[in-house]
Design a protein around this ligand. Structure first.
Ligand code: AMP
Length: 252
């Protein structure tokens, strides 16, 4: 099969790092903090690599839109199995709409048969880019995927929905967004990290694409969550019931 899979990957604050509110109160302080590939994008990439390994696809291309430093996540993507990568370079903070517009241009150039992407980026939790992209391309979308089977130019996707799962079939080309249970991404081995250094990484200036990237949202304030009070260990059910009545007041 000669299908190409495009995997958009975002560079985000590493999920192990406790975020700090930036001094201007308008976002998260990422200065000097460890940044990594968005975890859902690792899953989306793993799925694409597995489809290629099974013979359902011929090439996996990772694309990231962001600063020069986003090269790192693209090298990781190639160490995990992507064949090549594209960096669309910009220092601007981007909303899902702007990301979707840029991805659409890249897709028109690359003509992939499938977009495998994360259901959401863990920095802004937007959960919007895949849906917007599918709408802009007029392609079918299968979001929150927990299983993907590709056959006969269709993808059968099990989706995670409230209270259970749903099975849908979408004709390709389509956009699939990965949920947590889709797979367990592999680690990049040292030899593969070395090999990834030699794989092609193309850089495109976002400004050269003629896309309006102006933000439409204004962040008014970003706050730390309120501190949680320490819990107590009760010695028996009677004490629990008594506390539920007198302290929590959730029992009469
Ligand atoms: P979001 O809608 O921001 O929660 O992101 C959903 C998915 O869109 C992510 O999991 C990525 O696959 C993709 N995405 C979002 N922002 C970017 C970006 N700057 N570069 C590449 N992919 C992105």
């Amino acid at each position: 099969m000669t299908m190409k899979i495009l995997v958009p990957v975002k560079r985000v604050l590493d999920y192990n790092i406790k975020p700090r509110v930036a001094a201007d109160g308008n976002g998260v302080d990422t200065q000097g903090a460890k940044m990594s590939m968005n975890p859902f994008d690792e899953i989306a990439l793993e799925e694409a690599v597995r489809l290629r390994e099974k013979g359902s696809a011929s090439e996996v291309v990772a694309v990231s839109i962001g600063p020069q430093a986003a090269q790192d996540v693209l090298r990781t993507a190639m160490a995990m199995g992507a064949d090549r990568a594209i960096l669309v370079k910009t220092d601007q903070l981007l909303e899902p709409l702007a990301v979707a517009k840029i991805l659409k241009i890249i897709i028109e150039r690359e003509q992939p048969g499938l977009i495998s992407m994360g259901k959401q980026a863990i920095d802004d939790d937007m959960n919007a880019t895949g849906q917007m992209l599918a709408a802009m391309l007029s392609w079918p979308q299968a979001t929150f995927a927990s299983k993907v089977t590709v056959a006969d130019n269709c993808a059968e996707v099990i989706r995670e929905i409230d209270g259970g799962t749903e099975v849908i079939s979408v004709p390709l080309p389509a956009v699939i967004t990965a949920d947590l249970r889709l797979n367990e991404p592999r680690y990049a081995s040292l030899p593969n990290i070395m090999k990834a250094r030699k794989k092609p990484l193309e850089t495109i200036e976002a400004d050269s694409l003629g896309v309006d990237l102006t933000p439409h949202l204004t962040i008014l304030k970003v706050e730390e969550p309120s501190e949680r009070k320490a819990g107590v260990i009760v010695k028996d059910i009677e004490e629990l019931v008594s506390k539920l009545k007198t302290e929590a007041k959730v029992l009469p």
